[in-house]
Design a protein around this ligand. Structure first.
Ligand code: ATP
Ligand code: MG
Length: 544
């Protein structure tokens, strides 16, 4: 990213010498699910910004909520960030700071800036007013600091039940910003915490905890999404009230919204739990784990994030834009192979039975130096069913009775006859070839043919499972909300040139004329790869 409003702020801060140390950012996931493409945007921004200004970025688990321990989520987050190629400086937990947060709340109470309030969550909600009406002061608002401090200690000691008592900031119940109307900063919750066990039965609220976490770590710029904009005054109030030196500053940016997918961690978990997808790494999901298995590269994801940039305006990005960058990254990196997704037999009637020959094919149509490979050619071939039409449409240049095409890297063939089964379905194409048209020999192209198709030889091919993917989600016609698309996967048994037998899990190829594919990391076995479609060849998206 060359520039954006966040860089402008940082450059000004650096020029003015606002901080006595280098730029520090943080990526603060709640470990309650798998990271997704939205987090990639945040990761690129936080790590990218730190790198650009010679600073550092911390990974911080935002675990202020006691919740079920989930080692799977924690492990996946670190693995995903490493895979993207980012290196965090410190790995922290928000819960490491509970002692410090408790002290900060005590300080606020002593300063008359917080108080113990016995109202229930419901009463607090009901007295906070509306956008047009001010809230009502709580009866406990003027409780002496000494008394509030004692109650706070008793809360910590377990003398109150859940919801019986809380600590609220003492700001302004008439503030036009509802977040400033004496928000709760500590609540009683008798629950075991994944990191601190049973040490605490009081927990800080997110809005109070977050500025402190940032400040304790010396974060200079705390980048978060737009929905926190209204929370910024409270973020600043906390740090000003505590007279924090060199407080961090919160800067908001618009979330990434991607079309035709399901993004939030919570909704992704629902898909997995309902068994609609194969797991958190289902290649259709936009989790980092899913996109990795699908065959997307870190480079493509970073280029995509770079291109969409950061702004303050919410918008929806089309899936075709993400796919553009995936294709763009792969086009010069991967070798091409012949695979027939939906095969139909093609027999060359004038080619000698029992004879085969080795043909040399380029591994890339566009990049030089990617080498060649040998492929067997013979009398019995397979071609794509799609490459034949009994009654051709206008401008159809591939196989139809009487038409001649080039078999890529081989010869011209002309379709003469078809064989049909009892239902009238075409099962075999009977063709003749012209031995004088062998690719790469003089005069091979002396006649013009308009169609070139690919093929594999029956004597030297393997069956491979191939999984083609559609959009994970489609908008509901009435609500416009994205819903799971049950037709998002289709499986084929393709005929592939035999060299693909050796494909290693995670190896990527272009299947000539079809698209980009990866040997699935989960389902592939030695000498028995299973392929995922990464992305098709054609794009409707034009890079701006
Ligand atoms: P989800 O709703 O999927 O759970 P979240 O915002 O609750 O997402 P967090 O774990 O709190 O997830 O997020 C860690 C960081 O990633 C936060 O700083 C958050 O702002 C950022 N983030 C989450 N979703 C997006 C998104 N769609 N675009 C950009 N940043 C995002
Ligand atoms: Mg969340």
């Amino acid at each position: 990213m060359e520039s954006n409003f966040i860089y402008d702020i940082i450059e000004k801060d650096i020029a003015e010498g606002k901080y006595s140390h280098h730029i520090i950012t943080r990526f603060p996931p709640e470990p309650n699910g798998y990271l997704h493409i939205g987090h990639v945007k945040s990761l690129c921004l936080n790590f990218g910004t730190a790198e650009k200004y010679g600073g550092t970025c911390n990974l911080r688990y935002d675990d202020t909520n006691p919740a079920k321990e989930d080692e799977e989520f924690v492990g996946s987050i670190e693995n995903d960030i490493r895979w993207l190629g980012f290196k965090w400086d410190k790995l922290n937990h928000a819960s490491d700071y509970f002692d410090k947060m408790y002290e900060c709340a005590q300080t606020l109470i002593k300063k008359g800036l917080a108080y113990a309030c016995s109202m229930s969550a419901e009463e607090i909600h009901d007295t906070r007013g509306t956008l047009t009406e001010p809230g009502k002061n709580a009866p406990d608002r003027d409780r002496p600091a000494e008394e509030s401090l004692k109650i706070f200690e008793d809360m910590k000691a377990g003398k109150y039940g859940d919801g019986e008592m809380c600590i609220r900031a003492r700001i302004d119940m008439a503030s036009p910003n509802i977040n400033m109307r004496d928000p709760v900063i500590y609540r009683v919750l008798h629950m075991t915490h994944q990191n601190t066990g049973d040490k605490w039965c009081i927990y800080p609220m997110y809005d109070f905890a977050h500025p402190l976490e940032d400040a304790i770590e010396g974060i200079t710029h705390s980048l978060c999404t737009l929905e926190f904009e209204d929370h910024r005054p409270f973020y600043n109030w906390v740090l000003e009230s505590l007279e924090w030196p060199e407080p961090p500053q919160q800067i908001e940016f618009a979330k990434l919204n991607l079309s035709n997918t399901i993004m939030s961690k919570r909704n992704i978990i629902k898909l997995v739990e309902a068994g609609l997808v194969e797991g958190f790494d289902d290649p259709r999901l936009c989790t980092i784990a899913g996109m990795r298995r699908r065959g997307y590269t870190p480079e493509a994801l970073k280029a995509f994030c770079d291109a969409i940039g950061v702004s303050k305006a919410n918008s929806e990005i089309g899936m075709d834009q993400l796919e553009f960058f995936v294709r763009d990254d792969l086009k010069d990196k991967v070798e091409s192979r012949f695979v027939i997704l939906d095969p139909i037999k093609l027999t060359i009637t004038n080619y000698p039975e029992g004879q085969t020959e080795k043909l040399v094919l380029e591994n890339s149509q566009t990049v030089e130096g990617m080498g060649t490979r040998e492929v067997t050619f013979g009398k019995h071939l397979f071609v794509e069913r799609d490459d034949f039409m009994e009654i051709p449409e206008k401008k159809y240049f591939r196989l139809y009775p009487g038409n001649e095409v080039r078999l890529k890297g081989a010869y011209f063939v002309t379709c003469n006859e078809v064989v049909k089964d009892e239902n009238g379905k075409v099962t075999e194409l009977l063709c003749t070839y012209d031995p004088d048209t062998k690719s790469g020999t003089p005069g091979a192209d002396s006649r013009k043919v308009k169609g070139t198709i690919h093929w594999v030889c029956e004597d030297d091919c393997i069956d491979v499972p191939v999984r083609q993917y559609g959009l994970l989600a489609l908008p509901n016609e009435e609500t416009g909300k994205n819903e799971f698309n049950p037709d998002s996967i289709s499986t084929f048994t393709a005929k592939a040139e035999s060299s693909l037998k050796d494909a290693k899990a995670g190896e990527r190829f272009q299947f000539f004329r079809l698209g980009y594919y990866i040997a699935d990391a989960v389902l592939s076995r030695e000498n028995a790869p299973v392929f995922n479609q990464i992305v098709g060849l054609k794009s409707s998206y034009k890079k701006g």
